[in-house]
Write a protein that binds this ligand. Structure first.
Ligand SMILES: [Zn+2]
Ligand SMILES: [Zn+2]
Length: 644
């Protein structure tokens, strides 16, 4: 018998007849594997389970546990979508249909736009075709025949793809019932497994992403192997929508972006401004406690300074244009570093002064295309919680450790428990692309690594990802619904100290170049505030809440007592609001809930008589009556402990 040798992932080998398929081998291994199998991997290549094996090879049978197999599954779902659309709208022209991170899309040309009702119909058709368990079959067709086939069916975009992309004389196609696609594959064996999907929306896109080309309609779908995972994903999307900081920013009157002023520029309204003050107060106290010096630097500085720093060259695309004043060009600052360097250089430093840690809540302006701006998260003007540390090599590990510990404190105080750390290094196989010597890079990367190791912080190393001027640590915090946000950066810089000839007088009496580290914890006040809004869904902890308690008299009869309660709370330093509108109590409670005010103090006859307040919490509901002094003491404890 003509046999070939198959090597399985555990190293076991099998002799099988030439032409045996991965599906048959899966069945030999176990019925369960045969049932769960989606696709196979031979030496480096994904193939259909039905593809006959014709030579000795390694073979893995992939199930839902393998991310590549899940993408194949999603790609098959895109084919199912196209098949359903063709059944319902036989005249549509087909574009491409790749898998995506959580689903797929397929693009079509059709004169009428797809409506939400169309999507419902298409989804129902997809389910119908899925239930028929139609096989996804691979065919090899000679290229001219393939072009002819698409020409006859008026699929000019597919024709174009075959003409451009098909390199071999035989072209691979996949059919799902009547739908036939020029496609490298592989695919799952048939449509029956595709159950957990939902069509999400339609968006316009140009053919091949070129705006001179035909406008296509992309139908997007979410797709998972298990219904539970789809449900989780849809729930998370709903949550993200509910938490959207742009929506909450308006509803809670925290901030706005004004078209009259320009895109990407943030107006902090009184309530947002108050939260910012509390955030900044905490940060400045913490900076001083940790040995930083607070500085302020100008918002515009001579363009020449930015030439010295190099930003006028390598960062030009991110900068606003220069402003001419008395025949000299000035530049709106995109970064705080050169300003801090000028302060460092303002006198000759001795090693005794190091480390010098200069911190500034420094507002910078950067040009971002209007298309990428997004609420508070991507803006044109923002305030970095920036600092630059100038130190000796012997001090740097301690400084990095302090930065990481500071970042942990930020996470703790602002209520995040989960984080991810990444260490980006250089690729010293091309040292010409970097400023600084390979020895400097190695020492810096070693310092970052050994600090994280010593602190037992798990991290992911990403060699080659660092900017040209130095390696760095990034900390992403993970919010209440599991989304990671890149905020904290601790970054070495071998470029600026050279460009500005930074030096200090060492213990040996001679001049040395200090190490320079940029670091930001929040990243920017705006971005961090946006993340906080979404993390808390607008329900800020009491220490940050712009209004901590609202006093709600049940009727006008008790307004005098309500007034005195309000005064007493204010005198105790609490942020309190009296809602004495002539409204029903239920309406007042609803409004307070919508404003996410932590405590509602309900005042009626009993309370007025006993000198108490009936306490209602925004999430815990009714907490019963409490003496006013007791409530004040409790609230102070909650504020001081920064309880989440
Ligand atoms: Zn395909
Ligand atoms: Zn900097």
């Amino acid at each position: 018998m003509d046999t070939i040798q198959i090597t399985l992932p555990d190293g076991a080998t099998r002799e099988v007849a030439r032409g045996t398929t991965p599906a048959e081998i899966a069945t030999q291994i176990s019925p369960r594997l045969a049932k769960e199998a989606l696709v196979a991997r031979t030496s480096g290549e994904l193939i259909d389970l039905s593809r006959p094996l014709d030579h000795d090879t390694k073979l893995s049978i992939l199930t839902a546990k393998d991310p590549d197999a899940v993408q194949v599954f999603r790609h098959s779902a895109a084919h199912l979508l196209a098949a359903a659309v063709l059944e319902l709208y036989p005249n549509v022209k087909l574009g491409i249909g790749p898998p995506l991170e959580n689903g797929f899309f397929y693009e079509f040309v059709r004169d009428e736009p797809f409506t939400p009702e169309d999507l419902e119909k298409i989804e129902a058709k997809m389910r119908e075709l899925a239930e028929k368990n139609i096989p996804n079959e691979r065919k090899l067709i000679p290229k001219p025949e393939a072009i002819e086939l698409y020409r006859k069916s008026n699929q000019q975009f597919k024709c174009e793809l075959v003409e451009e992309k098909a390199v071999e004389p035989m072209v691979s196609f996949y059919t799902t019932g009547k739908f036939i696609d020029f496609c490298r594959g592989p695919h799952i064996p048939s449509t029956g497994r595709i159950k957990a999907f939902k069509l999400m929306n339609v968006a316009g896109a140009y053919w091949k992403g070129d705006e001179n080309n035909t406008q296509m309609q992309r139908i997007y779908g979410a797709c998972f192997i298990e219904q539970k995972d789809l449900d989780d994903y849809l729930h998370k999307l709903e949550e993200a929508k509910r938490r959207d900081h742009r929506k909450l920013g308006t509803e809670l009157d925290l901030f706005s972006i004004q078209d009259e002023a320009g895109p990407g520029l943030i107006f902090w309204h009184p309530k947002g401004g108050l939260i910012r003050k509390l955030m900044e107060d905490w940060l400045r106290d913490e900076l001083l406690r940790r040995g930083y010096d607070l500085v302020f630097t100008p918002h515009i500085m001579r363009l020449d300074l930015w030439k010295t720093s190099g930003h006028a060259n390598f960062y030009r695309e991110n900068m606003f244009g220069p402003i001419e004043v008395e025949k000299a060009d000035y530049q709106l600052k995109p970064m705080n570093c050169p300003g801090h360097i000028l302060i460092f250089k303002s006198h000759l430093r001795s090693y005794r002064e190091l480390p010098v840690r200069l911190a500034e809540l420094g507002t910078v302006y950067r040009y971002e295309r209007s298309g990428v701006l997004h609420g508070l998260l991507r803006v044109r003007g923002f305030t970095q919680d920036d600092a630059h540390i100038f130190c000796m090599p012997s001090q740097v590990e301690k400084e990095i450790q302090d930065c990481v510990e500071f970042a942990w404190e930020v996470l703790r105080v602002f209520g995040f428990s989960d984080y991810q750390v990444e260490l980006s290094g250089g690729d010293m196989s091309r040292p010409q692309d970097y400023t600084g010597t390979p020895e400097e890079w190695k020492a810096a990367e070693d310092a970052l690594k050994s600090t994280l190791d010593r602190m037992k912080v798990p991290y992911k190393s990403i060699p080659g990802e660092a900017a040209f001027y130095g390696p760095k640590i990034d900390v992403k915090l993970v919010d209440a619904i599991g989304r990671p946000w890149q905020l904290t950066t601790v970054q070495f810089d071998f470029n600026l100290p050279r460009r500005f000839n930074l030096e200090y007088v060492g213990e040996d009496g001679s001049r040395h170049m200090p190490l320079m580290v940029h670091r930001a914890l929040w990243g920017s006040v705006e971005r961090f505030f946006g993340v906080l809004i979404e993390h808390y869904a607008g329900a800020f902890p009491v220490w940050l809440a712009p209004i901590q308690a609202t006093v709600l008299p049940v009727s006008g009869k008790f307004s005098e007592y309500a007034q005195s309660v309000t005064e007493k709370l204010k005198a105790a330093g609490l942020r309190v609001h009296l809602d004495d509108r002539n409204e029903k109590l239920q309406a007042k409670i609803r409004d307070a809930q919508l404003q996410k005010i932590p405590y509602m103090l309900i005042i009626g006859g009993k309370e007025a008589e006993a000198g108490t307040v009936s306490v209602r919490h925004r999430s815990q509901g009714d907490l019963g009556p409490r003496p006013l002094d007791q409530f004040i003491a409790d609230l102070h404890t909650e504020i001081e402990s920064k309880a989440i």
